[in-house]
Design a protein around this ligand. Sequence first.
Ligand SMILES: [Zn+2]
Length: 80
Amino acid sequence: MNQQQFESFTASSLYCEKCKAAMPVRERLLLVLPDREIFDYLCTGCGSSVGRREVTAGDKMMAQAAATQPHRAPVSVRRR
Ligand SMILES: [Zn+2]
């Protein structure tokens, strides 16, 4: 169930050299550093690593803000 949440905000397929095709990938958290997180993309066909992504703390905050509520976007501020 958790995996579907990850899939919803990440790239879904990358080229795999072993499969010689663009394959659906699974994202796995590889490393957590104080200022960033590093994710590994694994091919769902053969299980090999086909890519890697770094998410900085700033990127993560922006992604979360965009995904949940755009409270940092000046144009969509609402008051009640
Ligand atoms: Zn593959």
